[in-house]
Design a protein around this ligand. Structure first.
Ligand SMILES: Nc1ncnc2c1ncn2[C@@H]1O[C@H](COP(=O)(O)OP(=O)(O)O)[C@@H](O)[C@H]1O
Ligand SMILES: Cc1ncsc1CCOP(=O)(O)O
Ligand SMILES: [Mg+2]
Length: 262
């Protein structure tokens, strides 16, 4: 685990170009900004090349995809590969909506991604493994999460983050699990979207994708855990606001004091 990467991210303030969804776009922008990255969002394919050129990394989120946005994703993904900018894909609800799964799998043949970040329902769907996803949420299943994450990583030749109560990070061979977090994340729509964009921010400052994926998971999960530990009741709105503040203020020693991974 390389928490020095958080210090480096705050020093470098990398631009993260997000093809976002209209549900959580501002949460993602504010969370990235608070952490120390520099978000930019765009829905116009005509400016795709400039966006990719100025960005340190790209995050493509399928949350509210449209045919127009899918074409933008194709163009941006190819440009990101051309300019050697890492791409993080957030395959929102591909386990619940066959159309989305088809689009995600088509995109994954169109350009290379550094990381796929999704919940169990989404990662299982991309790996064509049994799971019962529920809308945007993980849903339920009996499969082994590490096997599912590895299968996805090996199928698409990238790092995979299977997020949830425990985040499973794998490059298809190596596995690290981050046990930090809080159930309050499940009451905050946009937690996963924010994590995917934070992963992208870290990929902009280090080429060790497996390392940065773990670090990003730890930073967000530990920040949420620290916020939850100070709340006197499960308040979803307060958690959301406090989380953004914590992303701005959290220190490496604070994270080290609570980190739980194996
Ligand atoms: N029950 C939980 N307990 C602790 N942390 C959680 C829990 N559910 C999700 N998280 C955390 O919330 C963040 C978003 O993950 P997840 O909820 O899986 O994404 P999504 O919102 O895309 O379904 C991750 O940092 C994850 O560790
Ligand atoms: C509710 C919803 N619908 C389409 S995208 C979206 C937000 C998903 O956010 P997250 O996956 O981070 O919970
Ligand atoms: Mg999600």
């Amino acid at each position: 685990m390389e928490l020095r990467l958080l210090t480096a991210l705050r020093a470098q303030n990398p631009i993260v170009f997000n093809i976002a969804n209209f549900v959580t776009v501002q949460d993602v922008a504010n969370g990235l900004n608070a952490l120390g990255a520099s978000p930019i969002m765009s829905a116009e394919v005509q400016e795709a090349e400039t966006m990719v050129q100025i960005a340190g990394a790209v995050c493509i989120n399928l949350g509210t995809l449209t045919e127009l946005q899918i074409e933008q994703m194709r163009v941006v993904g190819r440009l990101a590969n051309q300019y050697h900018k890492p791409v993080v894909l957030d395959p929102v609800a591909v386990g619940a909506v066959p159309y989305r799964k088809r689009i995600a799998q088509e995109l994954l043949t169109t350009f290379d991604v550094a990381v796929i970040r999704g919940n169990a329902g989404e990662i299982a769907a991309l790996a064509d493994m049994d799971w019962q996803a529920k809308g945007i949420d993980a849903g339920t299943g009996t499969g082994d999460l590490i096997s599912i994450a590895k299968a996805c990583a090996n199928r698409y030749h990238c790092c995979v983050i299977l997020s949830g109560p425990t985040d499973v990070i794998t490059d298809g061979t190596r596995v690290v699990q981050v046990h930090n977090g809080t159930p309050l994340f499940q009451l905050h729509v946009g937690s996963g979207d924010l994590l995917s964009s934070i992963v992208a921010a870290f990929t902009a400052i280090s080429s060790d994708t497996f390392e940065v994926a773990q670090t990003a998971c730890l930073v967000l999960a530990a920040s949420g855990e620290l916020v939850a530990s100070q709340l006197t009741a499960d308040r979803p709105a307060t958690f959301t606001v406090e989380l953004v503040d914590k992303l701005s203020l959290v220190t490496v020693p604070e994270i080290e004091a609570v980190e739980s991974l194996n």
